[in-house]
Design a protein around this ligand. Structure first.
Ligand SMILES: Nc1ncnc2c1ncn2[C@@H]1O[C@H](COP(=O)(O)OP(=O)(O)OP(=O)(O)O)[C@@H](O)[C@H]1O
Length: 121
């Protein structure tokens, strides 16, 4: 059987990644909240006519939170798959992954406050 071309493989990988992103948004409650916040701050960006630099920082903050949330979800799924029972080590792994989401969420919230507080007050 002929090997698939580099381009075909890349296109397939993009398809798998898109399916993963859609699955994440459809099935995970926390990412739904993050998508909602992303829509609100995007609307705020247009409303307050933020600068290009502010858009770049806002888009990076949104992407970072959602990306880390995706990895956190993947870690939770792997943990539940390899060890479905209660286990302190699994709890520790899940707590660390959740901590990573919290760290980027705090940083992103601070970015949002720095952008919008001076515009509102
Ligand atoms: N198998 C387990 N063994 C020990 N502790 C666990 C286990 N599963 C979950 N926990 C504890 O419960 C917490 C929540 O885990 P869970 O998998 O329910 O994530 P979640 O709250 O659904 O996360 P998210 O809201 O991001 O989907 C973990 O951070 C961990 O402290």
């Amino acid at each position: 059987m002929a090997k698939e071309s580099f381009l075909t493989n890349r296109i397939k990988s993009v398809g798998f990644a898109l399916r993963g992103a859609l699955l994440l948004i459809r099935t995970e409650a926390s990412i739904k909240i993050q998508v909602f916040i992303a829509i609100i701050v995007t609307a705020a960006g247009f409303y307050f006519n933020i600068s290009s630099t502010e858009w770049i920082l806002q888009i990076l903050a949104i992407g970072l939170v959602m990306g880390i949330e995706g990895l956190n979800t993947a870690i939770e799924k792997i943990s539940d798959f390899v060890h479905p029972d209660h286990n302190p080590k699994i709890g520790f792994i899940k707590d660390i992954a959740a901590g990573a989401v919290m760290l980027v969420s705090i940083a992103s919230s601070i970015v949002g406050l720095i952008i919008y507080l001076p515009k509102v007050f």
